[in-house]
Design a protein around this ligand. Structure first.
Ligand SMILES: Nc1ncnc2c1ncn2[C@@H]1O[C@H](COP(=O)(O)OP(=O)(O)OP(=O)(O)O)[C@@H](O)[C@H]1O
Ligand SMILES: [Mg+2]
Length: 153
């Protein structure tokens, strides 16, 4: 049996939210608070999770839902008993091929030698990838799921 199947997932958060920046910011704080209560986040993890959520949600609002506030984002967060965090963000867009976008961006970042030396825009996915253990998508490409092991304090 795969180890992961034996894990007990604690569903921390599961909501559908409007594509509204202010509402999304409030929900990010709710999630950080819930994770912290269960797992006592290190400052580094707290910062990383905030960045990951912000980048994923900004992309869902801007690229997936075309800034249409009526369109919804499904956001799910679980933490298993090994303190592996899983975040899943689904928008109403047509989806995109994240592997293809990332491989193009990786080439550019190698050419630029540093992700922070890249253009001002187009860094979100590379930052997400660098902070997460795994990044994957559903078939349609409109749901991104990341996993990240939290540090033990
Ligand atoms: N949820 C999404 N739906 C559709 N396309 C997406 C989605 N997320 C990202 N993309 C595509 O992947 C590209 C790269 O995303 P990335 O977050 O790296 O950069 P960006 O959003 O364009 O700029 P930045 O994040 O630096 O403000 C986007 O420009 C967009 O074409
Ligand atoms: Mg982005």
């Amino acid at each position: 049996m795969e180890t992961r199947e034996a894990c007990f997932d604690r569903r921390l958060y599961s909501r559908r939210i409007n594509s509204d920046a202010a509402a999304v910011c409030r929900e990010v704080n709710v999630i950080l608070d819930r994770i912290d209560r269960l797992s006592h986040l290190s400052d580094d993890d707290q910062f990383d999770v905030k960045v990951i959520l912000s980048e994923l949600l900004q992309n869902a609002i801007r690229h997936g839902n075309d800034m249409d506030q009526a369109k919804m984002i499904a956001l799910d967060v679980t933490l298993d008993d090994q303190d592996t965090l899983e975040i899943s963000v689904q928008d109403e867009g047509l989806g995109f091929d994240i592997e293809r976008v990332l491989s193009q961006k990786r080439v550019k970042s190698v050419e630029a030698e540093d992700v922070f030396a890249l253009d001002e825009f187009g860094r979100g996915l590379l930052i997400i990838e660098s902070l997460c253990d795994t990044v994957c998508r559903n078939d349609r490409g409109n749901r991104i799921t990341i996993r990240k092991q939290m540090q033990h304090l």
